[in-house]
Design a protein around this ligand. Sequence first.
Ligand code: IMP
Length: 203
Amino acid sequence: MSTDPAVRERRLVVASQNPGKAREIARLLSDWEVSSLADHPPVDFPEEGGDYAENARVKARTAARAIGLPCVADDSGLEVDALDGRPGAYSARYGGPGLDDEGRWRRLLEELGGTPPPRTARFYCVAALAWPDGESVVADGECRGRILEAPKGDGGFGYDPVFAPDAGGGRSMAELARHEKDAISHRGRALEALAARIAERDA
Ligand code: IMP
């Protein structure tokens, strides 16, 4: 049995400052009682500078220590084969600080301008759960697909309008219903694997 009462009671905090991600993580943890960063005193996160796993762990640990409850965070990104895996862990900062989500995917389409199909890519996610004592578990997930030549759909967030998952029947990620994205997404897979790790730890 877990010695942590919050985990026993299935209470945790979704430690993401990205509203699109936070929404998805909360949805994917629907059998937990989740709260968001907005429900707790502000957390001062350090700059990200490591690889996905390091960044996810640091975010989850920083929030868990500050809030005193188990916290889940993810670090994720889009890796485009024709760009040797860029923008990768820098996906949120691709193109510089002045761009929003649409500015970033437009920039990506420009950079890929002359690249013929198939413009293969994957979304990758590492999810971490950290406890207030600093202990943590991580798990990862990927979703393979292609970069479209033009955006489609208005669901999701980030690069979803220009990414067509292989399992999406030709639709972009932004055209999938929420439950469809959750079933095949990098984040859905990472959180499913994370839940299994937590269950093993608590067995
Ligand atoms: P970070 O994990 O906070 O460094 O940010 C990851 C970035 O990758 C996001 O800001 C998005 O630009 C991109 N990204 C990650 N997951 C998704 C997704 O599910 N859809 C679209 N873009 C994503």
